[in-house]
Write a protein that binds this ligand. Structure first.
Ligand code: NAD
Length: 292
């Protein structure tokens, strides 16, 4: 297929490379020339604007920082330039409201649009093992599947427009809460005199077990391969988690739905980021409890 790819950053760059590797023809656009060059060196065609990137292609994929970028790229370019019927796939993490608005505008102009945010981070983007959470019509999901499979392993239809974003931000809210709970329990057990590894082994075979305790433990030295054991480098950044928590608490506010723990998590990550930890892995939230 001929695919237009807009947004070639940490995630979009490797995702676009995987599409090229699987034999698709790419037209690419980003405002950063270096990001574009990495793809044109591999054979992609350079488009000079988002609108031009959407001209004459079978599908458009975007991987942009946030909601305003997505709105402006689609309503100020792609929707005016693409041929009606083109499949539009936005993989950025944005608020469900904006995703639904843009999909509505796209549909009104005769396009098929899905939101397809991802989990799996830059490692998953490089390896082509991302999970795609897809919102939109089932027929559009089916059409997009063969493209998404070039970049991911787990492609899930979550329901109508915006539901991919709903799945993404609600899952990450649960993860943040669970990570803070694990950090609190781990640091308290150690403070009260327990060996952290022994306590983790008990929690992991008891009712305290969760992904944050058994796969991504925030206490240094408990899991050799976790970011906690390499100074919280790599992994999923505090500022990315803060972004998702802010999206989810705003969505909850608009829906008048209580998220007491989600809101507390958002505030704790905001404070942690404000303390200069925005670039660390999100499990570093344990630093709020454990100072040494
Ligand atoms: P990034 O900042 O590295 O990349 C975004 C790219 O979009 C940049 O290259 C930027 O120049 C480009 N861009 C911005 N405005 C543009 C415009 N108007 N037209 C064309 N290009 C434009 O961000 P990222 O880490 O690649 O994340 C992209 C999205 O994926 C975000 O929504 C993020 O929340 C989500 N996400 C990131 C990760 C991760 O681990 N980095 C994991 C899951 C989801």
């Amino acid at each position: 297929m001929k695919i237009g790819f807009i947004g070639l950053g940490h995630m979009g760059g490797p995702m676009a490379r995987n599409l090229l590797k699987r034999g698709h023809t790419l037209k690419v656009f980003d405002m950063v020339p270096d990001a574009v060059k990495k793809l044109t060196d591999l054979g992609a065609e350079h488009a000079t604007s988002a609108g031009k990137c959407a001209e004459g292609v079978d599908a458009v994929i975007s991987m942009l920082p946030s909601s305003p970028h997505v709105r402006s790229v689609y309503t100020g370019g792609v929707l005016d330039s693409a041929t009606a019927g083109t499949l539009l796939i936005d993989s950025s993490t944005i608020d469900p409201h904006t995703a639904r608005d843009v999909a509505f505008d796209a549909k009104a102009k005769g396009f098929h649009m899905i939101d397809a945010p991802v989990s799996g981070g830059t490692g998953g983007a490089e390896a082509g093992t991302l999970t795609f959470m897809v919102g939109g019509e089932l027929a559009d999901f089916e059409k997009a599947k063969s493209i998404l499979e070039c970049m991911g392993k787990n492609i899930v239809h979550c329901g109508g427009a915006g539901n991919g974003q709903v799945a993404k931000i609600c899952n990450n809210m649960m993860l943040a809460i669970e990570m803070i709970a694990t950090a609190e329990g781990m640091s308290l057990a150690a403070k009260l005199g327990m060996d952290a590894k022994v306590f983790a082994s008990i929690a992991n075979t008891s009712s305290g077990r969760c992904w944050s305790s058994d796969t991504y433990n925030p206490y240094p030295g408990v899991l050799e391969n976790a970011p906690a054991s390499r100074g919280y480098t790599g992994g999923f950044g505090v500022d990315l988690m803060l972004k998702d928590l802010t999206l989810v608490t705003e969505a909850a506010k608009a829906a008048k739905h209580p998220v007491m723990l989600g809101a507390a998590a958002q505030q704790l990550y905001q404070m942690h980021s404000g303390n200069g930890n925005g670039g660390l892995d999100f499990s570093s939230i344990i630093k709020l409890y454990k100072k040494d």
